[in-house]
Ligand binder design. Structure first.
Ligand SMILES: NC(=O)c1ccc[n+]([C@@H]2O[C@H](COP(=O)([O-])OP(=O)(O)OC[C@H]3O[C@@H](n4cnc5c(N)ncnc54)[C@H](O)[C@@H]3O)[C@@H](O)[C@H]2O)c1
Length: 259
């Protein structure tokens, strides 16, 4: 898809080494943007840099503020001023009830899913405000509207990210800078496949039946392809999204509830 307002702009994309972040990087590069990716997995970074010519990247744990400072410096060196920040990283965290969740597990989810986005936002915002241009897209989850038993650090961190998104939209709107969140449904990727296979084994049913069961909570009974999410990111960053801010946009087939 070719949208005005992407070509020659600079995009920093976290989690850009695989899945959705990787496809966002591909789409932005194909549309003529300058792209820098961050990922905790060095192999993902090397593979992605080899496969998408012309982009740069940094190995970085988004849960570590010191590494984020180095990431930001590297991205600035490669890209100059950053026009778009796409906070795609999100870890699933533990599968445990609240009382079974350790403080360390809680803190790690908050650190990666919420604090990491904050640390990058606070670094890109001054430049965006000064230039009166920029867009930030944060990745939340449709589960913030339903809750999700045994996933409290994940849902709480994403709900915090939505609160940060909305607050940023209010702070930045007067400067012409936008901030939105995307709520994906069940993304068709490795993470979902692992959940389906685990669930099937636990219940002694086939993976196909486990997947059908999972999708009965989605009105359209569908998984979401990474490229659908990447296209929404692009729409929000491009001129098409010039007056869209403070929104939580669900790309999920309508998640009604989650089992
Ligand atoms: N998978 C789903 O069904 C689903 C549903 C709702 C929301 N989401 C959210 O959508 C976003 C994308 O999901 P996904 O399934 O593509 O993600 P994913 O789990 O496939 O991970 C994407 C990338 O992030 C990297 N990463 C993981 N931890 C990191 C860290 N600490 N620092 C830097 N990089 C790190 C991984 O190496 C990977 O390359 C996430 O924010 C996720 O929480 C996913």
């Amino acid at each position: 898809m070719r949208l005005d307002g992407i070509e020659d702009r600079a995009a920093l994309i976290t989690g850009g080494g695989s899945s959705v972040g990787r496809v966002v990087a591909e789409q932005f590069r194909a549309a003529g943007a300058r792209v820098h990716i961050a990922d905790v997995n060095p192999e993902f970074i090397s593979e992605t840099l080899a496969q998408i010519p012309g982009i740069s990247g940094t190995v970085c744990d988004i849960g570590d503020a010191v590494q984020i400072a180095a990431l930001f410096a590297g991205a600035r060196e490669s890209l100059g001023d950053i026009d778009f920040l796409i906070n795609c990283v999100g870890i699933a965290g533990p599968h445990a009830t609240i009382e079974e969740t350790s403080s360390a597990e809680w803190n790690r989810s908050i650190q990666v899913n919420l604090t990491g986005s904050f640390e990058l936002m606070r670094r890109v915002i001054p430049g965006m405000k000064a230039r009166r241009y920029g867009a930030i897209v944060n990745f939340s989850t449709a589960s913030t509207k339903t809750g999700l038993p045994s996933r409290s650090p994940y849902v709480a961190s994403k709900a915090g990210l939505e609160a940060l998104t909305y607050t940023a939209a209010r702070e930045l709107g007067p400067f012409g800078v936008r901030c939105n969140a995307i709520r994906p449904g069940a993304i068709n990727n490795e993470r979902l496949n692992e959940i389906v296979v685990r669930n099937a084994a636990q219940r002694n049913i086939s993976p196909a039946d486990a997947e059908k069961d999972l999708l009965r909570f989605v009105s359209m009974r569908t998984k979401i392809e990474p490229h659908e999410l990447a296209t929404m990111v692009m729409y929000l960053c491009a001129d098409t999204g010039a007056h869209i801010t403070g929104q939580f946009i669900e790309v999920s087939g309508n998640l009604e509830w989650e089992g």
